[in-house]
Write a protein that binds this ligand. Structure first.
Ligand code: MLT
Length: 395
């Protein structure tokens, strides 16, 4: 008899951002939506940069012509783009990646969840709390055993003392939602222990382009020997504002083996069977940015979001709502304490009902996020300033 995957019954009712979207819809159906300021989901608000839209135009011309038309792309993406990614994102850091290790995809959210297919079930997976909820949800769906750690320092201590035994370790640096970054020293220790204890690291660097501190690694492959133990996930959603057109990539090094089986070849097999490759238009959009040396256009937008984040950060710091006094802005998110020890969802409705501001309840990112709240710096400058103005004398 057919049965459902009952692991799904262990999930929270709603995916965090789906719940926020439905609360937003409910609110709009009853109120004047024009005044609503949405600083919840990390979604970009600036249009695509010129060199990207020119790339789409070029792709359109190629696809409109019988001589240059192409059908399905290779399932791991086109070589013309792989070459640019390798030369621009890795080569300058002395990291050598070959094209077979690079899988261009539509979304790192899908890759970081679907990759679990190639591993056995009942794995022990370590995930930081708080963190991007996709890691937890996809491992609950897969029926894996999740162990949580509160901080990178605590994780390292537990590894040092052999208190935990893991198969997969998820790292997100800069962390979504807290913005915390992993130092080179700590990353070196984590890679060293991965060699010693045979776990694989999933390194999500979706927000690497927002790092402001010079000494913080952008890629895990900046650490010696990381290519034996780490898979890296990157996205163009935030870096290039591609949330509407979708594009990402995953590096699965050829060195990683489990019981003499190449993880790269299994991932390739998964991709060939379950995926028909990324959109040519999206690939060409970012290809044109690289090819015409227009990465600075992306950084102009990234700096705009960073400025928004700094405005929010300074405001909430002045209100005493930032936990970690030493933290600096390295991500497009601001992580604050709620006021009067309100729980995260109460604070969500408090801000919505009284100030028409949407944010993301911290508890959606894990138990440790309770009593906290996340604002995104991806709003418009106008809305960011308006939100600060509305809250100025009220918190
Ligand atoms: C976020 O707001 O955390 C992310 O943008 C959501 C996502 O990437 O799925």
């Amino acid at each position: 008899m057919i049965k459902t995957n009952n692991n799904y019954l262990n999930l929270k009712n709603n995916y965090l951002f789906a719940k926020i979207a439905s609360e937003k819809k409910k609110y709009i159906s009853k109120n004047n939506s024009l005044e609503l300021i949405d600083l919840s989901i990390g979604d970009v608000t600036l249009p695509l940069v010129k060199s990207a839209t020119e790339g789409i135009e070029k792709a359109k011309n190629l696809l409109s012509n019988i001589e240059t038309f192409e059908g399905y792309p290779p399932s791991s993406g086109h070589s013309f783009l792989k070459e640019q990614i390798i030369n621009n994102d890795y080569f300058p850091k002395n990291i050598s990646i070959n094209e077979d290790e690079l899988f261009i995809s539509d979304s790192s959210k899908s890759d970081i969840s679907n990759i679990l297919d190639i591993f056995s079930s009942n794995l022990t997976v370590a995930i930081q709390d708080p963190v991007y909820p996709v890691y937890v949800d996809s491992n609950v769906m897969a029926g894996n055993n999740i162990i949580y750690f509160n901080s990178i320092e605590e994780l390292i201590l537990k590894l040092e003392n052999q208190e935990i035994n893991l198969d997969i370790l998820y790292l997100c640096s800069p962390n979504n939602p807290t913005g915390d970054v992993i130092t080179k020293d700590n990353l070196e220790k984590i890679v060293m222990y991965a060699h010693k204890y045979n776990y694989i690291i999933f390194f999500d660097s979706a927000y690497e382009a927002f790092i402001q501190n010079k000494d913080i690694p952008h890629s895990i492959y900046e650490i010696d020997n990381a290519k034996d133990v780490a898979i890296e996930f990157r996205s163009f959603s935030k870096t290039a504002g591609f949330t509407p057109i979708r594009l990402s990539y995953t590096i699965v090094p050829e060195n990683i083996e489990i019981n003499n089986i190449s993880v790269n070849s299994l991932f390739k097999r998964l991709k060939n069977t379950k995926y028909n490759g990324p959109s040519f238009l999206s690939e060409y959009a970012i290809y044109n940015v690289y090819k015409t040396n227009n990465l600075q256009e992306l950084y102009t937008n990234i700096n705009y979001y960073i400025e928004n984040t700094k405005l929010l950060f300074d405001f909430f710091k002045s209100k005493g709502l930032i936990d970690n006094k030493d933290i600096t802005v390295n991500s497009p998110y601001v992580w604050i304490k709620t006021i009067d020890n309100m729980n995260s969802w109460d604070f969500f409705y408090y801000l919505l009902d009284n100030f028409m501001i949407l944010g993301t309840p911290g508890s959606g990112f894990g138990k440790n996020g309770e009593g906290h709240f996340r604002f995104t710096g991806f709003g418009t400058r106008e809305n960011t300033l308006k939100a600060i103005e509305r809250l100025k004398d009220k918190l």
